[in-house]
Design a protein around this ligand. Structure first.
Ligand code: CUA
Length: 291
């Protein structure tokens, strides 16, 4: 990308110089310093031949960069489904299994990633401007997007198709990491959620169960197996909350639990106004231990 920008800038400058020279010559030609025949030759060379050669060279030079990336056999397959208003993520494992996550996609640097895109309710659009193009997510069908990160870091993604009240609040991060670190991370995601060890986390887990949170959210290794909302098994490893809109913190978790509609208008999660603020904070403390 950077090389391409430099190339375009330089060639733009060269074209500018050519035009400026031609312009000067044209003014001089009016004063009859160049004869008719010399003028024709100049127009032919500077006006037709040189631009043709320059543009052809640019085209040939940039064609390889425009070629779409092909998914090879060892590509990592990641399923992403658009939901109102969050992202359901699944990493396919070589043994045919799936590791479920949500709202943050991690990928290894240098490896081709084959995104399989779908939607659970209405049409969404999967867009990671810094990494790959924009592909619609349509209920009932699977679209593909092949991408490869060449540099480690965070790439911001955003839903790019109007999908309801919180369309603009439907973002996510793609975290490109060192392949070894990615493998370690994926292995950890595969295991059950850590059991609560502190008294407050244990109380939070009990409140989570008593209030029926597990009806919509899954916590691997517990009875909570809901599939309507995001998976919580390792929610505390994500850096943002609510599909990339607010930082992961106890305060923000509490805000979301107590009154989801004010954080995310139109979301399917109702407000839990009957819960005491202390209980909300205790559930948030429990969620924070799910690493
Ligand atoms: Cu999802 Cu817009």
């Amino acid at each position: 990308m950077r090389d391409l920008t430099i190339l375009m800038t330089v060639s733009g400058f060269v074209i500018f110089v050519i035009v400026a020279v031609l312009f000067t010559l044209a003014i001089r030609a009016r004063r009859d310093t160049i004869g008719h025949r010399g003028g024709m030759r100049l127009v032919l060379w500077a006006g037709a031949m040189i631009p043709t050669v320059v543009l052809a060279a640019l085209l040939i030079g940039t064609l390889p960069a425009m070629r779409p990336i092909q998914a090879n056999r060892d590509a990592l397959i990641v399923d992403v489904a658009g939901e109102q208003f969050w992202w359901r993520v699944g990493y396919r494992t070589p043994d045919g299994g799936t590791i479920t996550a949500a709202n943050e996609v991690r990928i290894p640097v240098g490896r081709t990633v084959d995104f399989r895109l779908s939607a659970g309710d209405v049409i969404h659009s999967f867009w990671i401007p810094g990494l790959a193009g924009k592909v619609d997510m349509i209920p009932g069908r699977t679209n593909r997007l092949v991408a490869r990160a060449t540099k480690a870091g965070r790439y911001r993604g955003q839903c790019a198709e109007f999908c309801g009240l919180s369309h603009a609040l439907m973002a996510f991060d793609v975290v490109a990491m060192d392949p070894a670190a990615f493998d370690r991370w994926l292995l950890a995601q595969r295991s059950a959620a850590p059991a609560p060890t502190t008294p407050i986390a244990q109380r939070g887990a009990a409140l989570f169960a008593d209030n029926g949170c597990g009806g919509c959210h899954a916590v691997a290794g517990t009875v909570a197996a809901g599939k309507i909302g995001p998976d919580f098994s390792h929610i505390a490893t994500r850096t943002t909350l609510g599909a990339g809109i607010i930082p992961m913190s106890e305060v923000n978790l509490s805000r979301f639990i107590a009154h989801a509609p004010s954080v995310k208008p139109g979301a399917r999660m109702p407000a839990y106004t009957h819960l005491a603020p202390a209980d909300v904070a205790t559930i948030a403390r429990y969620l924070e231990t799910l690493k």
